[in-house]
Design a protein around this ligand. Sequence first.
Ligand code: SAJ
Length: 444
Amino acid sequence: MTAQTPVDHFRSGELTVGVVGLGYVGLPLSVEIARSGLRVVGFDVDSETVEGINGGASHIDDVTEEELASVLAAGRLEATTDMSRLAECDAISISVPTPLSKTRDPDVSFVLAASEAVAAALRPGQLIVLESTTYPGTTREVLLPVLERTGLTVGKDFFLCFSPERVDPGNEVWKTKNTPKVIGGITPVCTEAGLAFYERFIDTMVAVSSTEAAEMVKILENTFRAVNIALVNEVALIADRLDVNVWEVIEAAATKPFGFMKFMPGPGLGGHCIPVDPQYLAWKMRTLDYRTRFIELASEINGEMPEFVVGKVRAALNAEKKAVNGARILVLGVAYKRDVDDIRESPALDILGLLTADGADVAYHDPFVPELAEEDLLLSSVALTDEALTDADVVVIVTDHTDVDYARVLEQASVVVDARNVTAPLLKGRGSEVGAWIVKGGPE
Ligand code: SAJ
């Protein structure tokens, strides 16, 4: 019987796994690991989250209460705020937030706090994997020094990898287990240990040569989206000046069966991933005296879209000889994208702010967002009654939630601005409003 190597231990040994951060990444990951037969201790600083999970309540839509109940009943998952229990864990995955600070710089304070907690409990043989999206270099420059202050040596006493989370909340097809997962270690044996561990519950693992490569993979994936969304937003600004229907043009271009990938213009770029991740790379490159021009340009163009939509509202009111000042404006949808309740970086907040600044009397309806309490926006979602629609001088569709009756909106409202072209199927064949942004009322 050959002696067990550390890698063998991760491949087939009895393991206790720690997952730090029980959000949209950590909780699905915890359940997946527990379902593979391993014991999981979930760590979170929020005691309500911890109590909720231990009580069988899932705060993450992608984890059903049945899935949670089954691993709790099997005794393979428990949540705690006691970070000292990290010492019990053979493998530790860190998926804590990596937001932007107020000055739009990376805020790695959550990663640092997690690293300190892991270091305090670090013992020989442990595998540590950072999953939070961050700039290339974070694992080696931020995590590694904190862990090596213990006197233990990476690649010998403990193993350290980066493996980007690829969770797409609400995606019914691609889930934690079946989405290919990239991983890169500080040393080759770190990568081997990471692969051996994740292969126990992830269908497809993709090894790369370093933590920097793995960090860069995720940033590329989301920068790709931000830049391509900015491209179609600029095409929208161009088409508007040429009086061309941008939505028609993109749908027709998308019939090309190769060499084209469809992105759609909209009111701007929202969410906690796509607007944020590229800025992590831009910041890192500024420290190396390099300007990431595509990222900056994409941010500039995506950032122009809220004002472009407000310009359409202004034009629609102007056609009725009305000013924005004092106008009653109803915004439909404030979440950052369809059928989610997340308002982080949502362009709707910019649009509401711009209209309010111009003196408009704004209201919003969003079935997923009952209350808004952002800086100087204190609003509650109004019921989408006929009266709410007829009373408004302009109704602006900013987020195209599925369960809104857009036919009724078109029927009841006198002026409609559609920033998502969601009304197109209803307007087909009824004249030029399709794809005009101002789809009812407005300039002749
Ligand atoms: N958006 C457009 N036009 C598009 C696509 C998106 O304006 O063609 C806007 C959305 O309305 C939203 C923002 O961009 O405001 C981001 O949209 P997104 O579709 O990229 O959705 P996210 O932020 O939920 O991105 C996540 C990402 N997942 C992770 O980073 C783990 C991304 O990698 C996924 O590809 C994406 O979900 C997805 O496919 O939905």
